[in-house]
Design a protein around this ligand. Structure first.
Ligand code: GLN
Length: 497
């Protein structure tokens, strides 16, 4: 048995039956990372000492009689989520030496359950991008084809899970950054409802859109992670004070989908979509019908406006959020002649091209004289987009569509063409604008053996519905069991603490 192949649920079973210890599991994954990550480059920081210390503590808790689905389970964390004492760079030079003095609420919750942290994963700078090519440090490679991107911005987390370097991970999704890399790497990724998961300790990109979400190789594993991180947090006033169900319970049952109504939005099967993606998604819909679901065509008439609206609202919020990187309080400081020159020099040297582009776009959209024409107008259209979903969810329980219009593209292919890059998220942005949850799961491969993702969207706080549909699909298909070629290399042992 290769310990790195275990899913979270399988690893939990092995730990529970004392067939393996968390230290053994953690060490196996650390070895795998050392063997593979020169090629894949999913991790920005590896934390072997922290991991093995956590694993030993988890083993001790288990020996004392405790049990939890995450007790002793190693995870990878996107570098925009703060872990106390561990560098959190956000893929940016401006935070290259930043070590947060506190952990995000999601991290506190995972650690309380006994999860183990393997390290911090690569991301587009401040989560702005769809390929990890905007990371200031390096690009992550897709384990299915090392010449291709893993998607982004949570590309490091998605690639780590796909390559069996971690059974689960956290990412963040502002416009698709969990779902799109999940699709491109052939794993499962979920963006929760806005307000379902605390954003405290998540470095802010666009505060009205950001949510932290889990990655796993199965829907069941993602349900376990979501249960652990969800819930109200007094430190995030936008987190909702609603009870958190055990999402894993939602997956029990006969696996049938009779009585479930699924909407197929006609605006999501458009020209420009890779034909193999459309074919795979349409056959997935047939599989869901075979399980008893009823499908109806729905319309989301304002879909075309999602991209322009997102690229006004997200940069506007980013321009305000990123004003804090002034070279005074923390992060990079480049000295200039006077105060304004300090700002200029620090921000000029610390931010990459895409971040600067967003700050300029956002500042412009918010400036006096343009605010009404751009920002305010975008907010009004955002309301219409949300209303489209409200209307659709009066008819159906969930919506099924592609996650991404294409499979993984080549590194460099879209790097110089921001608009092409932005189009990679046409199918995911709307869920963030509407605040609703979405999941992506593997539903096929293209001719080049690159994974294709199926997206299932649900009404606000309808995570159970989308998890149930996704899980039912995985019970009768095997796409999620395929392993990428780059995951096979065996490791030598590294020393931990
Ligand atoms: N690709 C989108 C962007 O660049 C979404 C990123 C995200 O969800 N963080 O903004």
């Amino acid at each position: 048995m290769d310990l790195c192949d275990l899913t979270i649920s399988e690893a939990h079973e092995c730990l529970r039956r004392r067939e393996v210890s968390s230290v053994e599991l953690t060490q196996a994954l650390l070895d795998r990372i050392v063997a593979l990550d020169n090629d894949i480059k999913a991790f920005l920081t590896l934390t072997p000492e922290l991991a093995l210390e956590g694993a030993r503590a988890a083993d001790a808790r288990r020996a004392a009689g405790e049990d939890d689905p995450l007790l002793g389970i190693p995870l990878a964390i996107k570098d925009v989520i703060c872990v106390e004492g561990v560098p959190s760079t956000c893929g940016s030079r401006i935070l290259e030496d930043f070590v947060p003095p506190y952990s995000a609420t999601v991290i506190e919750r995972l650690l309380a359950r006994g999860a183990v942290i393997l390290g911090k994963t690569n991301t587009d700078e401040f989560a702005m991008g769809s390929s990890t090519e905007n990371s200031a440090f390096f690009t992550t490679h897709n384990p299915w084809d090392l010449e291709r991107v893993p998607g982004g911005s949570s590309g490091g987390s998605a690639a780590a899970v796909a390559a069996r370097m971690a059974p689960g991970a956290l990412g963040s999704d502002t416009g698709g950054s969990v779902r799109q890399p999940a699709a491109l790497c052939g794993v499962v990724g979920l963006k929760p409802t806005y307000g379902r998961v605390s954003r405290y300790g998540l470095v802010a990109f666009a505060s009205s859109l950001d949510q932290i979400g889990p990655f796993g190789r199965t829907v069941a594993d993602v349900a376990i992670l979501l249960t652990a991180i969800a819930g109200h947090d007094p430190c995030d006033s936008t987190s909702m004070n609603l009870p958190v169900p055990d999402y894993a319970d939602a997956l029990k049952g006969d696996g049938g989908l009779s009585g479930v109504r699924l909407g197929v939005p006609k605006e999501y099967f458009i020209e420009g979509i890779q034909p193999e993606v459309e074919t795979a998604v349409r056959s997935a819909i047939e599989v869901l019908r075979g399980l008893g679901a009823e499908t109806v065509e729905v319309s989301l008439p304002h879909t075309d406006y999602a991209l322009p609206v997102y690229y006004l609202i997200a940069p506007a919020e980013a321009s305000a959020n990123l004003a804090r990187y002034d070279g005074v309080r923390y992060g990079l400081r480049v000295a200039g002649e006077d105060m304004f020159d300090n700002y200029r020099a620090t921000r000029g040297a610390g931010f990459g091209a895409e971040v600067k582009r967003r700050i300029m776009l956002g500042t412009y959209a918010l400036s006096a004289g343009y605010y009404d024409a751009y920002y305010l107008k975008a907010q009004k259209v955002r309301t219409l987009i949300r209303a489209d979903f409200d209307a659709a969810f009066e008819q159906v329980d969930a919506i099924v569509c592609p996650t991404s219009p294409t499979t993984a593209f080549r590194i460099g292919e879209k790097a110089d063409d921001p608009l092409q890059m932005y189009l990679s998220d046409v199918f995911t942005l709307s869920a963030n604008l509407a605040g609703i949850p979405g999941i992506s799961l593997p539903c096929g491969f293209d001719a080049g053996n690159l994974p294709i993702g199926l997206q299932i969207l649900g009404p606000a706080f309808g995570e159970e519905a989308i998890l149930r549909v996704a899980h039912a699909y995985q019970q009768v298909t095997e796409w999620h069991l395929a392993r990428p070629p780059a995951s096979n290399k065996r490791g030598r042992r590294i020393k931990g603490g």
